[in-house]
Design a binder for this molecule. Structure first.
Ligand SMILES: Cc1ncc(C[n+]2csc(CCOP(=O)(O)OP(=O)(O)O)c2C)c(N)n1
Ligand SMILES: [Mg+2]
Length: 356
């Protein structure tokens, strides 16, 4: 067994999946491609793209014909977003190979092999294995696209049919934003020349569950999943990319408490470069990730609110004004798309009200 840090050539044979966690980067996709293995890529991995990407991986990992049959996992980066991946990496009947670049070693099953680099031995890929995953994956794709307008209904000479079609279209335009539509809009607006940062909250989990593949640089503070310093992190990423001459815009998507926790990072000292940064806040009035904790079903609602939800009524637009940021509040998909895709070049806060 090579000591941690040595390169490892992976023999073909065992039924293998590649898991990409935070900071994995595009190498994970390259490895999956080279091995002909299914790719499970968390939304913060920077590897959620390519033809071998598996959609709805949490459900597929739980299946007897897929997840249970895994014999080997190659992990890149630091996975944190699902208990299914944690369970997989904890299995003692699965060989786990972890490529880490700094940070704490990963060894949930007490027999994980840490390596500095991985490559694949020559040979033929196991097409049946990959095929089974990709076929199951197709059924897991989440369609968040807007329903196409009904041209026949709109052009109909029948008044009732026309009224129905117009109403359907207006409803679609006015449909209030929810978390799925919010993460979808941010993902659609972001391109390979941009950068995307996720705060720790419900939104990153929703994004992980519903978004498809796209080659976009993604960052997140997933070490201990802190909500602190998210705006500062995004500012650093924006400024570093600008200093390197990169085009595009940096976007950070975070919850209202994570935003308030780092409100000091909105301050731009007079002589500093202005970041091209969109801060998108999903505002549900407190920390709603805790509503899914087990204690939420037994504790008194008022106690839960005080200790976990920690409600607030801070007016974000006043903070924006105080710190010299552009500010927009948007509540429909059309308005959000417009706000996201017309960056004004400087510092922009986009508030999206969400229901609890
Ligand atoms: C520094 C730090 N303090 C506390 C926590 C615990 N924590 C995790 S999520 C969360 C609330 C996040 O609320 P918000 O940003 O509004 O996101 P939401 O869950 O509402 O989507 C808190 C306090 C943490 N992760 N990091
Ligand atoms: Mg919140």
């Amino acid at each position: 067994m090579p000591p941690t840090g040595e390169p490892l050539v992976l023999e073909r044979g065992p039924r293998t999946v590649v898991v990409a966690g935070a900071d994995a980067g595009p190498d994970a996709e390259e490895l999956a491609h080279a091995g002909g293995w299914p790719l499970i890529a968390e939304i913060v991995s920077g590897a959620r793209f390519g033809r071998q990407l598996v959609h709805g991986y949490r459900r597929l990992l739980a299946r007897d014909d897929l997840g249970r049959r895994i014999e080997r996992v190659v992990v890149l980066g630091h996975p944190t977003l699902s208990r299914e991946v944690t369970a997989l990496l904890s299995r003692t009947d699965v060989e786990v190979v972890a490529r880490r670049r700094g940070g704490e070693a990963l060894d949930l099953n007490h027999r994980t092999r840490g390596v500095g680099a991985v490559s694949v031995a020559p040979g033929a890929p196991d097409r049946d294995w990959l095929g089974a995953w990709l076929q199951a994956s197709t059924a897991e794709v989440v369609d968040l696209s807007e329903k196409a307008p009904d041209p026949e209904g709109l052009a109909s000479t029948d008044f009732a049919a026309r009224r129905e079609a117009v109403k359907a279209e207006l409803d679609a335009v006015r449909r209030p934003l929810d978390r799925e539509l919010l993460v979808d809009a941010v993902w659609r607006a972001t391109w390979p020349h941009d950068r995307l940062v996720f705060g720790s909250s419900r939104l990153v989990r929703v994004a992980d569950q519903v978004l498809g593949g796209k080659k976009v640089p993604v960052h997140a503070n997933r070490g201990l999943a802190g909500i602190d310093g998210t705006i500062a992190t995004a500012t650093g990423i924006a400024l570093a990319s600008q200093a390197a001459g990169a085009p595009g815009v940096t976007r950070v998507l975070l919850g209202d408490l994570a935003f308030l926790h780092d409100v000091g990072a909105l301050l731009l000292p007079p002589d500093e470069t202005e970041p091209r940064l969109q801060v998108i806040v999903g505002n549900d009035g407190g920390g709603t990730i805790f509503d899914s904790l087990e204690v939420a079903s037994s504790a008194r609602a008022t106690d839960l609110d005080r200790a976990f939800y920690t409600p607030h009524t801070v007016r974000l637009e006043h903070l924006a004004l105080a710190y010299g940021w552009e500010y927009q509040r948007v509540s429909t998909r059309t308005a959000l798309d417009q706000a996201l895709t017309s960056p004004r070049g400087g510092r922009q806060i986009i508030e999206v009200p969400l229901s609890r």
